[in-house]
Design a protein around this ligand. Sequence first.
Ligand code: NAD
Length: 487
Amino acid sequence: MSEQADPLYRRERLFIGGEWLPSSAPGSIAVISPFTEELVGQAPRTAFVDVDAAVGAARRALTDSPWASWDVESRAAALDRLADALERRAADTARLVTAENGMPISVSGAVEGPGPARTLRYFAQLARTVPQEERRPAASGSGTTVVRREPVGVVAVVVPWNFPQSLTMFKVAAALAAGCTVVVKPAPETVLDAFQLADAAQEAGLPGGVVNIVTGGADIGAHLVGHPGVDKVAFTGSTEAGRAIGEVCGRLLRPVTLELGGKSAAIVLDDADLATAVRGLAWACLLNSGQTCYTSSRILAPRGRYTAVVEAIADLAGSMRIGDPADPATRVGPLVSARQRDRVESYIAAGRADGARVVTGGGRPADFERGWFVEPTVLADLDNSATVAREEIFGPVLAVIPYDDLDQAVAIANDSPYGLAGTVWTSDEDKGLEIARRMRTGTVGVNYYNLDLGAPFGGVKASGLGRELGPEGLSAYVEYKSVYLRK
Ligand code: NAD
């Protein structure tokens, strides 16, 4: 079936209160292929009144639906059914994401297709093991305190386009496991794949209003975030939008989790085996054509091995196959939009203006007449004060920076407005762990970088507030209540 004839690519209605409702807004959101620059699909726009209806449905589901009275096991079983329903759709979901944002299918097929079901199963299991109530002897003397974990309420989930499925489910799975209800607003660039969750929620028999989907851009997102019927906001996106959302939530005293940008460092130690490190760096630095928040886009190399590291990284970047993101052999696809390509190109120009040497890449690949491609680009002979070393580029551009000793390497890594992730490359894992302990960042990988669903993920400084995943990620959707008993 051609994309245009496939109903997954032509959504006509919004999913609110368990029903497919017509939108109150005229027109539709057009999704344009980053590869062909042609229309791949469309979805309805959302009006503010539709957001109000979605929040209302989520509120009712919280108090007046079977969801409100289900015990933990019933809820966990529903999450497992939702996981099954999403798993049945995984191949379609991966294809949708690739069509929308240009993610190589080798990545979307491994991450975006099967990932949401894995996350749901993890949180379903976690919910079964975390007690809803604990009785504690009062620390102050006689009496007992019952500590209850109650759902925080209606959660506004606002997500970006780069890993739309994974980032949505990091929030939705934890929120549902805690007993919350959600209103999800995907990015307009990846609005289509969000409806997979609606289809799956229906198939899994989730009560109406537990999951609601609204569409649109920053204005709809802002209306949702500040809505009086919302109890908590979970956001992933740019630091700029995160600050705006944080300000609103601060004024409203509304709990908020912010997963924002990054400018992470890969520290290559003197003893690193370069062949191994470079293979790992391909994943850690250029995943999804560099449009990954935790990418290690600053590579710190010991001065004595600087030339060898620059050459090895440049060889790797220069050899990555660029092309049709739907081709399983493609390693680098187009960037999500013409705007994103312009932004990345302006950073390469800024690197040149700061005196950086372009070792490989630096422009658009010659073989494509269409598609928002930028070649994987390695910039050398620059220091950590260069614009390309300080600001998030969100594209396939790496800066290789020399260091003289380990203290300096750690200082450079920490000299950033951001603190989301990082990696250390060494033949001595203990030494790697020692360096990781000194890095001021939310996550660090030693000789690889792999998100663990069972461990907290998030950033410090301008990379955000709060954590997702792991038991800590579940706590973010819980309000604690203490009930003091005399006996
Ligand atoms: P963006 O911040 O422009 O948009 C993200 C989402 O927020 C979209 O759905 C958008 O419509 C909405 N939005 C924008 N402004 C809003 C506002 N004021 N109020 C409410 N909603 C608003 O980000 P983007 O360009 O789509 O995504 C790229 C950014 O996301 C990068 O900076 C990247 O680092 C970051 N990111 C962070 C993580 C993480 O976990 N830390 C993961 C992926 C992406």
